[in-house]
Write a protein that binds this ligand. Sequence first.
Ligand SMILES: O=C(O)CCC(=O)C(=O)O
Length: 268
Amino acid sequence: MNINEQLDNYYRDGYIVLEDLIDPDRLDAVRESYEETIDAALILGRAERDEITQAMKGHRFQNPHHPALARGALMEGIGMPDLIEFAGHICEGDPAMLGIAAFAMEEGYEYVPDWHRDSYAAWGKDSPEELRVRHMERMPATQVMLALEDDHSFWFVPGSHNRANTELEEARFEEGRTGWQELFEGAVQVKVRAGSAVPFDARGIHRGLKRAGLRRRSLFIVYGTPEEARYSTISGWAEEAEYADKIYLNTLPDGFRSAVEKTIAALK
Ligand SMILES: O=C(O)CCC(=O)C(=O)O
C-alpha cells in the first residue's frame, strides 16, 4: 500500500496498520534497549514499584524519552523516518510529539480497562474541548501503538472517530456499560506482528485488553500539530527544563528530535 492508500484508509477507518516498520534485524536491539529503559525508570523513580513484588506497579510509565531514560536503539525505533513521515501527513506537515506511554505487561498481568474515547477521558464528555474536536473530519493528531512484541490487545470501532455516538453507543456511555465484557458493534481486534505500528485517531471508540498468558511490550506515541500540543493533557513534560538540553536533543533521531522541539516551543 502506498502512503496515499494508507492515509485514505486511516481517514476512513480511524486507524491503519503499518507492518514491519522496525527492521527485523534491529528489533532485538530495540527490545533490549526498552528493557534497559524500564530498569532505569524503576531505579530513578520514573516508574512506580509495587510495594510487595517490587516490580513495576500497574503496567505503564510515561515518557521513556526523558533525558535520563532515553536509550539510543529505543529512540531509533520510536523515531523511524516512515513513522515520522506518516505523522507529518496527519499533522499538516508540522508534527509535534505530545507524549509517550510505555506499556510493559508481564504474562500474569490482567489488563481489562473500559472502552473509551480519549477525547472523553482527557477533557470530559460534552466539555468545550471535547466538542471542539468531536466532528472534525480529520483531526490533526494521531496516537501510534508501536508493538515491540506481537500485540493482540488493541480493539477499535472503525469509523467511530469523527462522528457522534450512535443511540446504542450513547446509552452505553451514559449508563456506564463500557466494561471490557461489552462488545461494541463493529469493533475489531487489531492483531499486529512485532515491529509494526498502528496509528489511530484516539477520538474513536477503543480499548486495550490483555488476559493472563501473554506478555506485552508496546509504546503509545502521540503526535499532533503544535496547536494540539497546547490543548493536550499529556504534553506537560515539555515544560521541564531538562528536555531542552541541546546535548540530549542531539542524541535523538532527526525527525523525532524536531517533533520534540516543536512541543517544547509550543508550550513556551
Ligand atoms: O492498550 C491499548 O491497546 C489501548 C490503549 C488505550 O486505550 C489508550 O492509550 O487510550
